[in-house]
Every structure is written in structure tokens, then in C-alpha cells.
Design a protein around this ligand. Structure first.
Ligand code: NDP
Ligand code: GDR
Length: 362
């Protein structure tokens, strides 16, 4: 029998990589997408199958994490063997602007899914994966962070994810549901949303290289993150649901870089030298007076409470599941840079041919 997986957040970065992985393993993959006024399925369009195709193995359903009725209906229809809860308002800075919505989708949304499992009597059938996050560690209490490190969330997003983490643990203990938290550190890819810092940098540098943009405005350049590749991390999401007993795992590379170092690595890929010089704002990386620097600091990107540093220890995942990341930081940066250069070249070509395209950036 073909296994069935249901992925919430299938239109997102991880959802698209996970869907590819599960299809390659012979799963029938179902995904939940929310209603939008325009198509927003760019990341999964290559997997799309017409609803009239016989024996489809890739099926999308309309639903929303804030709407129990849709979640219960889809769960009843699909009765998945594995449920991957990747949907979330996932932007930390945005969560300060939309805290209530973030709590509704990220915290209560997770509860809604777990309740759907219970209401439908799927406790012994459906295995549940919760997309937990290194943001739970927030103001770090221990370096590096592992499964036993105390949490100290620093944003409405992280607080919502804290609820989701514990409700997953609670439903595992209370009802015997096979439910796991993957505590994933930052993971990026060419499919990363354009407003997360890594993609903002690679996309901006590519556009600067081609003369489409003058500079990139960033926030805290000293923040440090443990950045991995999304393709490595979705493999681990699947692995966690294939074990005898459900457990929670930290997933990280064990290497840490600052935002500034990410800029330098990406700039080197396209042969741009960044000069960090000057005083005042310039100390943050921009010499506005000379106009020859391409990184500027804009305070609007500072957060009311910041997570300054994260560094993970994935020893448990390595020892128990045999997982270790295969894609290095250098390869990640290079892949993102090269994909964004191609996109910028396509954009520039369209402009040269007289087509006017939207110039979206943050
Ligand atoms: P993305 O922001 O790329 O994707 C989020 C997905 O959730 C999108 O498909 C989005 O839909 C969907 N979504 C958002 N709100 C709702 C809603 N109310 N109802 C239904 N769907 C909704 O995130 P990632 O792929 O990067 O991350 C996946 C998960 O992992 C998230 O939960 C994130 O918080 C968590 N995480 C991510 C890490 C990372 O570094 N990437 C690290 C640790 C955890 P739409 O396309 O319509 O916006
Ligand atoms: P993060 O990722 O908050 O770690 O959450 P993000 O890329 O947004 O920020 C990383 C660090 O860079 C600093 N920064 C900027 N960030 C953004 N977005 N834009 C800027 O211009 C900028 N300048 C500096 C930030 O202050 C921060 O310190 C991501 C998300 O995917 C979450 O869903 C996930 O849970 C965590 O990773 C692990």
C-alpha cells in the first residue's frame, strides 16, 4: 500500500523540498494551501498534477491553520499515515506586527491539527511532525544548544512555537500519539522567502551585480546563526517519523556565522568586495558619504528583542538517526548566489526587451 503524507505549508520552502523527497520515496503526497487572490504555488508548480489526472500522487487541498473545519475535513478525507505541520507565519519580525495572528496560526493551529487526529480516532494511525525551532532557545542559556537546553523565547513567533512544542509533547504523553518535535536551526536555500536575511542578501547582491539595485538595507549585522541547507533538513523530518518511538531532536550544522560574514561570503561569490569602514552608522557597514558601499543599516530591521546568537548541537540526531548535514555553508551560499544571479539575469533581459516587471524588494 502506498503511504499517504499530508503536509501543511506545502507552498513554503520546506514544504516544497519535503514534497519532492516523499514523492521520490513513493508516497502519495497531499498538501494544504490557503486561499490566495493570486496563485502562490511557484515552489511546487513543477510537481503539480491536473485534478483530472488518474491515479494522482500529488494532491492539493484548500485549508487554513486558523480554520478547524477545513483541517478536520481534510484530515478525514486523507487519513494520512504521516502529518507534517510546516505551516506557520514564520517571520520573526512580522510576528511583532501580527502577534495575535501568529499565535492563532502557529500555536492554536498546531492544537487544531492534534485535535483533528483525536476527533477522527487517528491516534494509532497518523504520525505527527511539528516544525519546532531554534528560536525557542532565544536568549541562550547554554552553548551550544541541545534538546535539554532551557527555552527562553524572544518574540511572539517564538512564544507561539513554544506552545506548539509543548502541546505536541503533551498529546504524545496524554494520548499516545506518535508525535515529534524537530527543533530545527535556520535552514536556507534558493527557495528561501525573499525577506529572510540570507535570501535578501543573495538576491540583493545579484541585482547589484547586474546594475538593477544600488544597495541592500539590513538590520543587525552582528547576529549569529547556524545556517544549514533545507534539503538536508527535510530528510531529517522524514527520518524522525520512521523510528520505533517518537522523540524530539535538534537539527543543526554546529557551525555559526554572523550576518556580516554571510554578506562577505556571498559577495565573494560574485566578485564584489565589501568595505566595512567609517564611524556611526558607517561602523555598521556603510559609508554613506562616499556612496561607494552597497550595504546600509536601516533601524527598521532591528527587532524589539533580538536573538543574538544560535549554535546547535545535533549529536542526538547523528547518534540515534545517523543524520548529518551533507551540504556545506560554502555550497549553500554558492547555490543561492548562482540561482539569484540567474533570476536577476532573466529580469534584466525582460527589461532590455521592454517588458516592465514589478520591482519587489524589502
Ligand atoms: P515558509 O514561510 O517558507 O512557509 C510557511 C508555509 O506556511 C507556507 O506554505 C505558507 O503559505 C503556510 N502558511 C502560513 N500561514 C498559514 C495559514 N494560516 N494556513 C495555512 N498555511 C499557512 O517557512 P519554511 O518553509 O521556511 O518553514 C517551515 C516551518 O518550519 C515553519 O513552521 C517555520 O516556522 C519552521 N521553521 C523554519 C526554519 C527555517 O529556518 N526555515 C527553522 C525552524 C523552524 P503561503 O505560501 O500561502 O504563505
Ligand atoms: P530568523 O531569520 O529570525 O533567525 O528566523 P531571519 O533571516 O529573518 O533573521 C536572521 C538574523 O538576521 C538579522 N537581520 C535581518 N533579518 C531580516 N529578516 N532582514 C534583515 O534585513 C536583517 N538584517 C539583519 C535578524 O535580526 C536575525 O538576527 C528564521 C525563520 O525561518 C524562523 O521561522 C525560524 O524558526 C528560525 O529562522 C530558526
Amino acid at each position: 500500500m502506498m503511504k499517504k503524507a499530508l503536509i501543511t505549508g506545502i507552498t513554503g520552502q520546506d514544504g516544497s523540498y519535503l514534497a519532492e523527497l516523499l514523492l521520490s520515496k513513493g508516497y502519495q503526497v497531499h498538501g494544504i494551501k490557503r486561499r490566495t487572490s493570486l496563485f502562490n504555488t511557484d515552489r511546487i508548480d513543477h510537481l503539480y498534477q491536473d485534478p483530472h489526472t488518474r491515479d494522482r500522487n500529488f494532491i492539493l487541498h484548500h485549508g487554513d491553520m486558523t480554520d478547524s473545519s477545513s483541517l478536520v475535513r481534510i484530515m478525514q478525507q486523507v487519513q494520512p499515515d504521516e502529518l507534517y505541520n510546516l505551516a506557520a507565519q514564520s517571520h520573526v519580525a512580522v510576528s511583532f506586527e501580527e502577534p495575535e495572528y501568529t499565535a492563532n496560526s502557529d500555536a492554536i493551529g498546531t492544537l487544531r491539527l492534534l485535535e483533528a487526529i483525536r476527533i477522527l480516532g487517528l491516534e494509532r494511525k497518523t504520525r505527527f511532525y511539528q516544525a519546532s525551532t531554534s528560536e525557542l532557545f532565544g536568549k541562550v542559556q547554554e552553548v551550544p544548544q541541545r534538546e535539554t537546553t532551557p527555552f527562553y523565547p524572544r518574540s511572539p513567533y517564538a512564544v507561539a512555537k513554544l506552545y506548539a512544542y509543548w502541546i505536541t509533547v503533551n498529546y504524545r504523553e496524554a494520548y499516545g500519539i506518535y508525535a515529534c518535535n524537530g527543533i530545527l536551526f535556520n535552514h536556507e536555500s534558493p527557495k528561501r522567502g525573499e525577506t529572510f536575511v540570507t535570501r535578501k542578501i543573495t538576491r540583493g547582491l545579484a541585482r547589484i551585480k547586474l546594475g538593477l539595485q544600488e544597495r541592500i538595507y539590513l538590520g543587525n549585522l552582528d547576529a549569529r546563526r547556524d545556517w544549514g541547507h533545507a534539503r538536508d533538513y527535510v530528510r531529517m523530518q522524514w527520518l524522525m517519523l520512521q523510528q520505533e518511538t517518537p522523540e524530539d531532536y535538534v537539527i543543526a550544522t554546529g557551525h555559526q556565522y554572523s550576518v556580516r560574514e554571510f554578506v562577505e561570503a556571498a559577495a565573494a561569490e560574485v566578485g564584489i568586495t565589501i568595505r566595512w569602514e567609517g564611524s556611526g552608522l558607517e561602523e555598521q557597514g556603510f559609508d554613506a558619504a562616499t556612496g561607494d558601499s552597497i550595504i546600509a543599516v536601516d533601524e527598521r530591521y532591528f527587532r524589539p528583542t533580538e536573538v543574538e546568537t544560535l549554535l546547535g548541537d545535533a549529536t542526538k540526531a547523528r547518534e540515534q538517526l545517523g543524520w548529518s548535514p551533507e551540504i556545506s555553508f560554502e555550497t549553500l551560499v554558492s547555490e543561492m548566489m548562482s540561482e539569484d544571479l540567474s533570476q536577476a539575469e532573466r529580469y534584466a533581459l525582460c527589461l532590455r526587451k521592454g517588458f516592465h516587471l514589478a520591482d519587489r524588494r524589502e
